[in-house]
Design a protein around this ligand. Structure first.
Ligand SMILES: Cc1cc2nc3c(=O)[nH]c(=O)nc-3n(C[C@H](O)[C@H](O)[C@H](O)COP(=O)(O)OP(=O)(O)OC[C@H]3O[C@@H](n4cnc5c(N)ncnc54)[C@H](O)[C@@H]3O)c2cc1C
Length: 305
């Protein structure tokens, strides 16, 4: 007899396999739907069961608690696919489409505007939520609209324009409201030479992989830059590169990255984040805020000025 749940639901799924830091305890309930309609059904199921629900992407900006997550966790990674129109520059992409794949495809179609995205190991959904950006570009500059579901009313799809998303530096309204992104529509600049756009895209990837620790599990930059200062420069200036706690280490290659050297717990990473924040606060009176999103239960760590 098969024990597969009709909605593809699984119990107690370890989330370390679903985050780029490779840490995190089990999701009480977990599913990776392949179609938008399945998101609706799963959210209705969670609502009927009285469970809280959330969606993650590639887990490349997430610190998931070692205690795991209550309720239903949906991962958008299998909701893939994208249509590109080389004439108009319009791209319709599903939320789980990897943003580096989209950047490569856009370049090959002679569409310019996503060259910066090639080194960001996240999904379209995560990029919209985070307003992901790099090398002078960001999601807000090319995104026209998104289609979302409201977990309170999962039967109804809504379209939100970029203007309604309150985009700012690594910020969008989606970080404050638990809407589920199903797809996004981008408009890029059309009619460019595909070889030139592809070359720019590859050069961007090369400049990142040669200056950032891409070989070790991480979540990219941990801290938001306290403009006009750079978090990495402040941390490096205090000699904190290489600082370790359990299996977590401030990368010796890039000070705004914390890497998992093999056996890190989420709590190691969380405490190392607090140590770095404390040292920057004490030395410069600057409060570093995390770009990375915590999910689940963490100990309160008080910082002293
Ligand atoms: C090596 C490395 C380099 C990186 N470099 C950069 C960089 O240069 N610039 C940059 O901006 N980021 C960078 N990041 C961070 C990360 O890749 C981005 O923030 C990315 O946009 C996160 O996408 P994701 O799909 O992994 O989202 P996740 O990390 O899974 O989720 C991020 C947030 O979005 C929410 N979310 C995800 N999908 C959905 C959805 N479909 N509906 C509703 N909510 C959703 C989650 O709940 C969470 O709050 C880097 C990460 C790594 C590991």
């Amino acid at each position: 007899m098969s024990t597969t749940h009709p909605l593809g639901l699984r119990r107690a799924v370890g989330l370390a396999d679903y985050t780029t830091w490779k840490v995190g305890g089990p999701a009480q309930w977990f599913a990776e739907p392949e179609r938008a309609e399945e998101f609706t059904q799963l959210l209705l199921w969670a609502q009927a069961e009285g469970l809280v629900s959330r969606v993650i992407g590639a887990g490349s900006n997430l610190l998931v608690s070692d205690h795991g997550l209550e309720g239903l966790t949906l991962c958008n990674r299998r909701l893939q696919g994208a249509q590109l129109d080389a004439g108009s520059g319009v791209i319709e992409a599903q939320a789980g489409e990897p943003i580096p794949t989209l950047a490569r495809r856009a370049a090959r179609a002679g569409l310019s505007g996503l060259e910066w995205a090639v080194g960001i190991p996240g999904t379209v959904g995560g990029a919209a939520v985070m307003n992901a950006g790099a090398q002078g570009g960001c999601t807000a500059e090319v995104l026209e609209s998104i289609t979302v579901l409201d977990p309170q009313d999962p039967g109804r799809r809504l379209t939100l324009s970029a203007a309604e998303l309150d985009f700012d530096y690594r910020h969008s309204r989606l970080q404050l409201e638990p809407l589920v992104v199903l797809s996004a529509r981008f408009r890029l600049s059309a009619g460019h030479d595909p070889a030139t756009v592809s070359q720019r895209t590859s050069a961007n990837l090369h400049s990142r992989t040669s200056s950032q620790p891409y070989q070790q599990p991480s979540c990219g930059s941990v801290f938001r830059n306290p403009e006009p200062q750079k978090a990495g420069q402040l941390i490096e200036g205090l000699g904190l590169k290489g600082l370790s706690l359990g299996g977590a280490q401030v990368s010796p290659i890039h000070a705004n990255f914390i890497v998992n050297t093999g056996q890190a717990l989420a709590s190691d990473i969380d405490q190392l984040i607090a140590q770095v924040q404390q040292q920057v606060l004490s030395a410069h009176a600057i409060a570093l805020h995390t770009e990375v999103k915590r999910l689940g239960r963490f100990e309160e760590i008080a910082l002293a000025a």
